[in-house]
Design a protein around this ligand. Structure first.
Ligand code: GDP
Length: 453
């Protein structure tokens, strides 16, 4: 357990109902007793864990604020150490003055994420669970919150454990096979070994596949709305965002710039850019817009390509469709409130959605298809999902190492080489949960936390 006692303001700095200062460490209760005087006159050191006392925070005889002090006794606290949380009136100045007083009385200022780091170092949570705390704090959508909640409840850690258990079993039967290759024990046969590796590989690959959909649920997708002038891009954007940000006119080419907006469609946040109509133009002002539109198309995760279904497709439509990738594009056949004149054959390779942006029809189908194309719809709310690039990189390393183990084994490499590959896979996964991790990696994880957490 760490020697020093740390303190920080744990609530957001500013005016609010309450400010909470957290003190953690061996001397947390003694430090709090130096600044807090209970109305009952009983010191906090006389309280059992999970008990609260009402009183005042005092600098000598000067009262700084009324306060409630909540005592947690090790190991039953967030950090696993003795903790006191002092709730004050919310306000920049009060919280700062009380913190300064606490720092003058034996605590040192906590660095970013230090409370959670101590929880990790004291075995209260593993590294994946610690990272989920960041996700809980920063979640911008219901779905992002659900993913972090599941990780915080240990879903991801359990999924990793089931893979590491398999790897240990594989490693053990491999070691036995290496030691007694001539014994005819079914459990140690090359077939059994190959099957174990295969099973492990499938689990790892499945877990790896959750990363992209999870990232989309957390961060949203960049989405470009493209199409010729006048097909209804701005109307669609306004329909999705529920306001009148884009300029809607009947004169072709009025959306001259890329307009950014963020909308929630089902579980997915779309960072929308409504682009100038994509077509060849000689107008220099409009040309800038067209160039930016092409750029937006290159950079977007998802493209909504809008076509006017009430007119026949022309060469511009055909060249636009030729430039699009069906894997990242949804074709929106707009203006279905008017008679249809578009031949659907040119959109054959694409997922098409018929809608009327003007009348607001077809949004449900669009929502459903966005869920499918981003693969977020197939992610169950409490699945184990990889939360960040560090975790993805660990699982990718394990994936490579298991593949190498299989190649080495069936390719006739030395038995030692196979064992090394299995151990590499294990190390990568144990780095994810923090069971085999360097201080540098741990520091990097907690460096991204805010002070007070
Ligand atoms: P943009 O140039 O692609 O952004 O197109 P706009 O959104 O500015 O729309 C061009 C014209 O088409 C406007 O007069 C809109 O009212 C009209 N419009 C857009 N969507 C629809 C639709 O679903 N049905 C009909 N009938 N008209 C539409």
């Amino acid at each position: 357990m760490s020697e020093s006692t740390i303190a920080a303001i744990s609530t957001a700095i500013g005016e609010g109902g309450l400010s909470v200062i957290r003190i953690s460490g061996e001397n947390a209760i003694a430090v709090a007793d130096r600044v807090f005087r209970a109305a009952s006159e009983k010191p906090l050191s006389a309280l059992a864990g999970y008990r609260a006392a009402y009183g005042t925070v005092q600098d000598g005889e000067t009262v700084l604020d009324d306060a409630v002090a909540l005592v947690f006794r090790a190991p039953k606290s967030y950090t696993g150490e003795d903790v006191v949380e002092i709730s004050l009136h919310g306000g920049r100045l009060i919280a700062r003055k009380v913190l300064r007083l606490i720092l003058q009385n034996g605590a040192r200022s906590a660095s970013g994420g230090e409370f959670t780091k101590r929880a990790f170092l004291n075995g209260k949570i593993d590294l994946a669970e610690a990272e989920s705390v960041m996700g809980l704090i920063s979640a911008q959508s219901e779905a992002a919150l659900r993913i972090s909640r599941a990780a915080h409840d240990g879903k991801l850690s359990r999924a990793i454990r089931s893979i590491t258990d398999k790897l240990l079993e594989t490693g053990a039967s491999f070691a036995a096979y290496a030691d007694y290759p001539d014994e005819d024990i079914p459990d140690l046969s090359p077939e059994r070994f190959g099957a174990l590796l295969n099973e492990t590989q499938q689990k790892i690959t499945q877990l790896l596949s959750t990363y992209d959909a999870g990232r989309i649920l957390r961060e949203g997708v960049s989405c470009a709305i493209v199409g010729k002038p006048n097909v209804g891009k701005s109307t669609l954007m306004n329909l999705l965002s529920g306001n009148e940000r884009s300029i809607v006119t009947e004169i072709a080419g009025t959306t001259r710039d890329v307009i950014e907006d963020t909308v929630m469609v089902g579980d997915v946040v779309l960072r929308l850019s409504d682009t100038a109509g994509i077509h060849d133009t000689a107008d220099p002002v409009e040309k800038v817009g067209v160039d930016r539109a092409k750029k937006a198309m290159e950079n977007a995760d998802l493209i909504l390509a809008v076509f006017d279904s009430s007119v026949e497709a022309d060469d511009d439509d055909r060249s636009l469709i030729a430039a699009l990738d069906p894997k990242h594009t949804l074709v929106l056949l707009n203006k279905t409130d008017l008679p249809n004149r578009t031949d659907p054959a040119i959109f054959e390779e694409f997922t098409c959605i018929s809608l009327s942006a003007k009348e607001g029809n077809g949004v449900d189908k669009l929502t459903e298809e966005i869920g499918k194309i981003t693969r977020t719809a197939s992610l169950s709310p409490d699945d184990a999902v990889l939360l960040n690039e560090r975790q993805r990189a660990c699982v990718a390393r394990a994936d490579d190492a298991v593949r190498e183990a299989a190649d080495a084994f069936f390719g006739g490499a030395t038995l030692d080489a196979v064992g090394v590959c299995i151990d590499d896979a294990l190390s990568a996964l144990l780095e994810l949960t923090g069971e085999r991790v360097t201080d540098a990696v741990t520091d990097e994880v907690f460096r991204r936390f805010c002070v007070g957490k």
